[in-house]
Design a binder for this molecule. Structure first.
Ligand SMILES: CC(C)(COP(=O)(O)OP(=O)(O)OC[C@H]1O[C@@H](n2cnc3c(N)ncnc32)[C@H](O)[C@@H]1OP(=O)(O)O)[C@@H](O)C(=O)NCCC(=O)NCCS
Length: 194
């Protein structure tokens, strides 16, 4: 899967699967993120060994990863994780981060669209997302795309600075998400952006 998309401001972006030789590009992407963005990621992705571990998970098939690329540079990273446990195999968890200069241009939605495609191919029935309390942009896009707030567990996770944060779980049935996505993309600025 490789897809050339156009953002709302006309910039052209390539969305494609992450590949083994993206390691350096991936380290560069995460290192360039402001500390405020990195603080709420579940792992310290400025550590090369941690990034290498992400690649190993991808190669083992536990996680499918996509990147958005412009002029050879990674500008967004998305993941779909399906649990290997029998009782959770209908659930797909997605994670997404877009570089700041590319936000509010539709890239988050376009990446999510491709993650839904991967989830559909994997026969996932429901998508879940886990967020930390301060990730307001994340809540914004998820609510806009039809996810519902399921629960908040107070002070359940730690940010990279060691501060305790609420963990928010959002979820939605994949079929309902597809309907919402199609409605969303068929309106206004989005018509050309795919
Ligand atoms: C969340 C994130 C991926 C959104 O990416 P993006 O490319 O800016 O998203 P889009 O441009 O596709 O936004 C689509 C819609 O989501 C909502 N949205 C996006 N950012 C928002 C924000 N900061 N506040 C409120 N709503 C927001 C809006 O409704 C937006 O539509 P609009 O721009 O027409 O109003 C990006 O802000 C990010 O990487 N944040 C840090 C990591 C994170 O929180 N990830 C989410 C966990 S999965």
């Amino acid at each position: 899967m490789k897809k050339q998309v156009e953002l709302k401001d006309g910039r052209e972006i390539l969305i494609r699967p992450m590949m083994a030789d993206d390691l350096e590009g991936s380290v560069a992407f995460f290192t360039a993120l402001p500390e405020e963005d990195r603080a709420y990621l579940r792992r310290d992705v400025t550590n090369r060994d941690v990034v290498r571990q992400r690649f190993e998970e991808m190669e083992s098939g536990a996680v499918q990863r996509l990147v958005a690329e412009v002029d050879g540079e990674i500008v967004a990273d998305g993941a779909l994780e399906i649990s290997g446990e029998e009782w959770k195999k209908h659930l797909g968890e997605i994670r997404l981060i877009v570089a700041r200069p590319f936000r509010r241009q539709g890239l988050g939605v376009l990446m999510t669209h491709e993650l839904y495609d991967l989830a559909t191919a994997a026969r996932v029935e429901e998508i879940i997302v886990k967020l930390m309390g301060p990730q307001e942009a994340g809540r914004g896009i998820l609510e806009r795309l039809g996810f519902e707030h399921q629960t908040t567990i107070p002070d359940y996770v730690q940010d990279l600075g060691g501060g305790k944060q609420d963990m928010i779980l959002m979820r939605c049935d994949l079929e309902a998400l597809w309907r919402r996505m199609e409605d969303f993309l068929s309106t206004g600025d989005w018509e050309h952006a795919r």
